[in-house]
Design a protein around this ligand. Sequence first.
Ligand SMILES: Cc1ncc(C[n+]2csc(CCOP(=O)(O)OP(=O)(O)O)c2C)c(N)n1
Ligand code: SF4
Ligand SMILES: [Mg+2]
Length: 297
Amino acid sequence: MSAELKEPVYLEEKLKDIQDSGRLDFRSGSLPTWCPGCGYYSMTEGVTNSLNELGLKNENVVCVSGIGCASRFPFFVDVYGFHTLHGRTLPVATGIKTANDDLTVVVVGGDGDGFAIGGGHIPHAAKRNVDITYLLFDNGIYGLTKGQTSPTSSQGFKTSTTPYENREQPLKPLMMVLSYGASWVGQAYAGHQHHLADMIKQAIAHRGFSYLHILSPCVTFDKTNMTYQNMSMAVRPLPEDHDTSSQMAAMREATKTDAPGLGVLFREDRPTLGDNLDAIARSAGADIKPGTAQAAE
Ligand SMILES: Cc1ncc(C[n+]2csc(CCOP(=O)(O)OP(=O)(O)O)c2C)c(N)n1
Ligand code: SF4
Ligand SMILES: [Mg+2]
């Protein structure tokens, strides 16, 4: 037996440390119901820590989701929540932000929710530069409905709806949102939790439409494709000299889907939907100062 005795760590002390850090202030009483090992567990830590570190108040945050495993998220956080219809997160989030510009609005959804049934909403939220954050959890499959091919599934992937292999090529969401005009675009991986948490914080802090693409394994219905083993070998940090102000540089990185680059691909500052609505109201004679939103009572 080693002569060196280590100080015991008591669970109560550890718990007190965690409570004092404020890390639990945004957790609800409901524990996540995802399958053990699901990449989505990383979002609970990432989002709640970010909200805490950004000094936000629970009552000033709204989490909007669609339908799917990822979209269960609002139940697990202690902020206002809106579990909307499948694919309809962005119109609802746009309405919430437009009605009350003081709120921080975080949208959470899966690849099917965002790029299949909800795909028509992303261009408009991006081009309007709605000041919301969209956390898109891409597991390349429909998890909730038990493993069908999704718009981001790889070629050759066998699922219940493509038993002879998926022959279609996957969408390239990062290229799409860049060309739609998102003012902040980043990529993270559920297996790199600290980096993911930092990216979520940056995305929420950005003023304008921020889109974070999060690669996240579905351990139950995908045993061959987007597994932790495969993803951990494929992902890489973006080059240190990557120019985040260049849309072309971001596009070039977005094409490299076989070796997904993690980090901020693109960011720019430009007027938000709220700014533009204020300007329109001022043009029509309303007495509101720039940047104060709340055009009409
Ligand atoms: C209008 C409508 N069509 C279809 C469905 C069935 N449905 C529920 S979730 C889902 C896809 C979920 O996949 P994704 O958005 O990728 O989320 P995940 O479960 O993978 O997190 C589908 C097709 C539905 N609930 N409503
Ligand atoms: S089915 Fe897949 S995506 Fe859904 S909770 Fe389980 S592991 Fe996660
Ligand atoms: Mg999915």
